[in-house]
Design a protein around this ligand. Structure first.
Ligand code: PLP
Length: 397
């Protein structure tokens, strides 16, 4: 046991994140303000969380009411907003039932547990594995970082969890390997690898993968934590690939910033979660699920998917214009909807810092050479113009 507290005064928060040198104290729409009063255009959207922007009026009104009514009650009781949100998600997806939790990693944990239990109980396979893909990202818990086929995420955390096999993304070889793998119980993937560098899956590859999974009774799990709830222009990115996964995970944008995650599954799979097999104290609590219901209702009322597609077309066109203007700086503009990656020749962090310091625009990287642009889905032409003009000035320097 290390029984002495540090003699030095230490920063009280663990240093697990590299942080930008600003403290954000307020947000509204596409903008945030720091503690010195400076206003920034926020094209990080809390890493694909704030689809409706910061503190959207419709969700705010519902949550203010919820604050006066009920904050929490356990899953030992029925929770009306949880049941309503589950019904909405089931209606809007290819799945039948929903389990709620608090984050993307937790949703993927639940998906892994569902797939394993389905294999045990229905397929009588106790030692099968789940295939995931190189450059994927599925979370930071021990099982989900094992699922994440990136060495830098796993380093120093062994022993990892058994039962995963990694294959190359977008590769015909991978489809063949799965076809020949009698121990594969599930395939888990992102339709666009977000953290891995904004790498979209090829449609023919997904079709081939889904076909093999269908033929062999292998479960198809789609991680829509980053792509889901409208980010790519459809509620779920899988819709654009013409497939119907067995399990879908969501989190990030579902609660407009209130922590929530969910795993959706077809009844044939979800039936294996019987009372006592899985749980989460806060999962699906009244406050978080009220935020989820209000978020989805706002999507419908404000035609948010339509807004996303329109904004995405304009932003992508302008970014492609910059690629043409600066062929030595921008290698590629890719992604779907408003999950956009701009691949750079130089380290993307330099642009991120210049955009923040010189133009008060916040954007992210995805890996070393990709600028990740994640506006609220409800951004507008003026904001898109401001952002692309700022980037033009940075590139023209
Ligand atoms: N899956 C994907 C595709 C993600 O992008 C992320 C987070 O970035 C996660 C899972 C993990 O989500 P969370 O950070 O909410 O645990």
């Amino acid at each position: 046991m290390l029984n002495t507290k540090s003699a030095e005064k230490v920063f009280p928060v663990m240093s697990a994140y590299g942080r930008f040198p600003i403290t954000i104290v307020k947000g509204k729409g596409s903008y945030v303000w720091d503690d010195t009063g400076k206003k920034y255009l926020d094209y990080t959207a809390g890493i694909a969380v704030l689809a409706l922007g910061h503190v959207p009026d419709a969700v705010e009104a519902v949550l203010k009411k919820q604050l006066d009514t009920l904050w929490h009650c356990s899953n030992l009781f029925h929770i009306a907003s949880q049941e309503k949100l589950a019904a909405m998600l089931a209606d809007l997806s290819c799945c039948d039932q929903v389990f709620f939790c608090n984050s993307g990693a937790e949703a993927n944990e639940a998906a892994i547990k569902l797939a394993r239990r389905y294999a045990h109980l229905i397929k009588h396979k106790e030692n099968g594995h789940i295939v995931t893909f190189e450059h994927s990202f599925h979370g930071r818990t021990i099982a989900t970082l094992t699922a994440t086929a990136q060495k830098k995420i796993q380093d120093g955390f062994g022993p990892l969890v058994p039962g995963f096999r990694y294959l190359p993304f977008n590769s015909e070889e991978a489809v063949q390997a799965i076809a020949e793998d009698s121990d594969c119980i599930a395939v888990m993937l992102e339709m666009i690898q977000g953290e891995g560098g904004v790498l979209p899956a090829d449609k023919p590859w997904i079709e081939a993968l889904a076909k093999v999974c269908g033929e062999k009774g292998i479960l198809l799990i789609v991680d829509e934590v980053q792509t889901g709830i409208g980010r790519t222009g459809t509620l779920f990115a899988y819709e654009q690939y013409g497939i119907e996964p067995d399990i879908v995970t969501v989190a990030k944008a579902l609660g407009s910033g209130i922590p929530i995650g969910a795993v959706l599954a077809k009844k044939a799979v979800s039936q294996v979660f019987t009372p006592g097999t899985h749980g989460s104290t806060f999962g699906g609590n009244p406050f978080a699920t009220a935020a989820g219901v209000a978020t989805l209702e706002t999507f419908k009322k404000q035609n948010v998917l339509e807004q996303c597609r329109k904004n995405a077309a304009s932003l992508t066109e302008k970014l492609n214009g910059l690629k043409k203007k600066y062929p030595g700086a921008i290698k590629e503009v890719r992604g779907k909807g408003l999950l956009i990656g701009v691949e750079t020749f130089a380290p993307a962090i330099e642009w991120v810092n210049q955009l923040r310091e010189e133009h008060r625009v916040l954007v992210l990287t995805a890996g070393k050479n990709v600028l990740r642009v994640l506006p609220p889905l409800v951004t507008n032409e003026a904001e898109i113009g401001y952002f692309t003009e700022a980037l033009d000035k940075v590139l023209g320097n």
